[in-house]
Design a protein around this ligand. Structure first.
Ligand SMILES: Nc1nc2c(ncn2[C@@H]2O[C@H](COP(=O)(O)OP(=O)(O)OP(=O)(O)O)[C@@H](O)[C@H]2O)c(=O)[nH]1
Ligand SMILES: [Mg+2]
Length: 328
């Protein structure tokens, strides 16, 4: 049986950062797998996790609790049967609700395969101060479903956020554990905590995505001779726009970083080719994280997500201008 944990938390709260930390600190003799599902069509978290060496399966384009869970079941079956991992970490989209996923993981069919352990919910306590977050049913359900609350980004907490966290703790934590960390610094041993939180969560039948189910399964690759492609997505009150560019497209590093820093959206994540190799860009509001690596990526991809529809054409025009002329 594969020990399995759900790593939930709202958009940009630090799920992928936590999974990267856990993978970097896992027992050396264990084989771990990650199933990651993203709101955007373009799938960037997989690229962020690619260097970790874990067995990886991505489900972009909506949330895996929808479309009868079919994409998730296919991904899950492939990982469990082919990979036979010792541990599986599942990162659902930050804009998804956990009930269907937990129901699926505890269904009879998975009993011989999955040993479900504690669910962790990442929380950026600054979001407890903003109605747009704390009134969001996904935000609430993710916290309600968790066995362990991981208050991440403590380096960023000011006095009001600390007060909000302490009030939330008194009102809502109950018997559960809360740990405060930065950069997802969770000890792997915490993953073995048994599941304790068996409360019945509300389902959200009205939850829909703009994409047809079939598109969720469609391989996201560029047709031959096409240099780039854009993908729009919408659901859960959020709007996303992602671009994929072919392997030859290379971007001006400084211009690209400025574009990513200033784009008037809540979330930016991408893995793109630059003259030096590749750049990983990960921005949640003003939290910007950049890493460079020397190997060129198989393609360039970037996703923007915002709580309102945005002028994607203007953003696209500026992004396209940052492509460097090709050297022969
Ligand atoms: N300052 C600070 N930034 C952090 C911390 N943890 C994560 N971040 C940053 O927060 C942003 C989002 O982190 P991710 O780990 O990608 O968040 P996520 O929950 O996986 O995001 P989605 O998958 O898009 O929902 C990135 O820019 C991270 O570098 C932290 O402890 N402190
Ligand atoms: Mg993520």
């Amino acid at each position: 049986m594969t020990k399995t944990n759900l790593i939930t938390g709202f958009l940009g709260s630090g799920k992928t950062t936590t999974i990267r930390h856990l993978l970097a600190h896992k027992p050396a003799d264990e084989r771990w797998a990650v199933l990651v599902n993203e709101f955007g069509e373009v799938g960037v978290d997989g690229a962020l996790l690619a260097a970790s060496g874990a067995l990886l399966k991505e489900i972009p384009g909506g949330c895996m609790c929808c479309v009868n869970g079919l994409p998730m079941q296919i991904g899950l079956n492939a990982l469990l049967r082919q990979g036979k991992p010792d541990r599986l970490l599942i990162e659902p989209t930050g804009l998804g609700h956990p009930k269907q996923i937990l129901d699926m993981l505890t269904a009879d069919v998975y009993q011989p395969w999955i040993d479900l352990r504690a669910t962790l919910a990442l929380l950026d306590a600054r979001q407890l101060l903003e109605a747009r977050y704390y009134q969001d049913s996904n935000f609430q359900d993710q916290l309600a479903a968790a066995d362990i609350i991981v208050a991440n980004k403590i380096d960023k907490l000011d006095a009001p956020a600390e007060l909000a966290l302490s009030a939330w703790r008194q009102e809502s934590l109950g018997e559960r554990t809360l740990i405060a960390v930065s950069q997802g610094g969770v000890a792997p041993s915490l993953l073995d905590t048994p599941r304790q939180n068996l409360r019945d969560l509300p389902a959200h039948p009205s939850h829909t995505h703009s994409q047809a189910p079939a598109s969720v399964l469609a391989a996201l690759s560029l047709p031959e001779h096409q240099r780039w492609r854009r993908h729009l997505n919408q659901g859960q009150g959020y709007y996303g726009c992602g671009w994929v560019f072919d392997a030859q497209t290379c971007f001006d590093t400084i211009g690209l970083l400025e574009w990513a820093r200033l784009a008037p959206v809540e979330r930016v994540k991408g893995v793109l080719r630059i003259p030096e190799g590749l750049v990983l860009i990960n921005r949640q509001d003003a939290d910007l994280h950049i890493e460079t690596q020397s190997a060129a990526p198989p393609d360039s991809r970037i996703e923007l997500i915002h709580y309102a529809d945005s002028d994607w054409n203007a953003l696209q025009r500026d992004l396209l201008r940052l492509r460097l002329p090709e050297r022969n």
